[in-house]
Write a protein that binds this ligand. Structure first.
Ligand SMILES: C[S@@+](CC[C@H](N)C(=O)[O-])C[C@H]1O[C@@H](n2cnc3c(N)ncnc32)[C@H](O)[C@@H]1O
Length: 315
């Protein structure tokens, strides 16, 4: 089977990445990570040849950001969006007329495939803390799809917005209670600290209508996963509060949360988990759905009713 140029370059990139992760001292990796995220000019230079090649190839006909602007991970940008659109429809029953909120919308990786799915009766709001990503989405997506809107919240995150003025743990989403049918976060709580995740789950529950659903990805820890991560080969091994992180100097670089705490939070905020949790292969699992663990839940009628009502799978 012949591989395309794109597949070959991905393979080479991942081999190099594995090599760097294995052989470069941790402090140097941490330094490079900070440079990569805090100085976008570095990405612009690094991806200049790819930008030129894509520009010549697509001539503005494709709705996708230039590679130098992509700060949301190094996987295949388009495939990741398509993959999650499948989970939204197949696992969450998302329909084209729903009101959707994406927290941590990055640079439109999930929004772009949704533009071909949502009808004009539906709506999408994307929120992120990185101004460049929001600007690109506003400029390229909203004019073509006016029911897609984007806004930036100037929230601090050491990796993504180290000059942010607000704290995630105190931020109230600017939406009325029960105003969304579906809320999702892909690869966002894997970059947020425990107290902030707690507060965001409360906010997600508040803005979801009763019966509304949410899909959130995590790196979830239990005893077996912790043991697997201690083999020494995995980089998610440095303790941070009750979590494990890959970079103690920048815990937001990648953070795994105990599943038990996350389940307690869902229960506390009236979010009934639709079992099973779809575990990912991030920690070396052989059976998996995606790379991260996927938790889908439904907002119960009210916290009060939940106590007396039938048991949910999260109880
Ligand atoms: C790995 S990227 C994923 C982006 C997007 N969800 C996707 O899948 O393409 C992590 C995202 O989380 C955002 N983020 C980090 N902390 C946040 C916070 N407190 N509130 C909202 N977004 C946040 C970052 O700005 C970044 O866009």
């Amino acid at each position: 089977m012949l591989l395309t140029y794109r597949q070959i370059s991905f393979k080479i990139f991942h081999i190099m990445k594995r090599f760097v992760k294995k052989h470069l001292p941790r402090w140097l990796q941490s330094y490079f990570r900070r440079v990569y995220y805090h100085y976008p000019i570095v990405r612009r230079i690094y991806y200049l040849p790819a930008n030129i090649r894509d520009a010549l190839r697509w001539r503005g006909k494709k709705l996708a950001p230039p590679r130098s602007k992509i700060f949301v991970g190094d996987g295949d940008f388009e495939l990741a969006g398509q993959e999650f659109l499948g989970y939204f429809t197949d696992l969450c029953g998302l329909g084209p007329k729903e009101n959707i909120l994406e927290i941590g919308s990055g640079i439109g990786r999930m929004a772009i495939p949704l533009t071909n799915f949502l009808s004009l009766e539906g709506s999408y709001v994307g929120m992120d803390i990185v101004a460049e990503g929001i600007e690109w989405c506003r400029k390229k997506i909203t004019p073509l799809f006016p029911n897609f809107t984007f806004f930036q919240s100037d929230i601090y995150n050491y990796q993504y917005n180290s000059r942010g003025r607000c704290r995630a743990g105190e931020y109230r989403f600017p939406f009325a209670d029960a105003s969304f049918d579906f809320v999702f976060l892909t690869s966002v709580f894997t970059h947020m600290l425990p107290a902030d995740v707690d507060h965001y789950l409360a906010e997600i529950s508040r803005v979801l209508r009763p019966g509304g659903r949410c899909l959130v990805t995590y790196f979830l820890l239990d005893d077996a996963v912790r043991a697997a991560l201690q083999t020494g080969r995995h980089h998610m091994k440095y303790p941070y509060e009750d979590c494990l992180v890959i970079d103690p100097q920048m815990p937001e670089a990648s953070i795994s949360h105990p599943e038990k705490r996350i389940r307690e939070l869902y229960l506390k905020y009236g979010l009934a988990i639709s079992e099973p949790v779809r575990y990912g292969n991030w920690c070396g699992r052989e059976e998996f759905l995606s790379s991260q663990d996927i938790v889908i839940a439904m907002k119960t009628m009210s916290l009060k009713k939940e106590k007396t009502g039938p048991k949910t799978s999260a109880n």
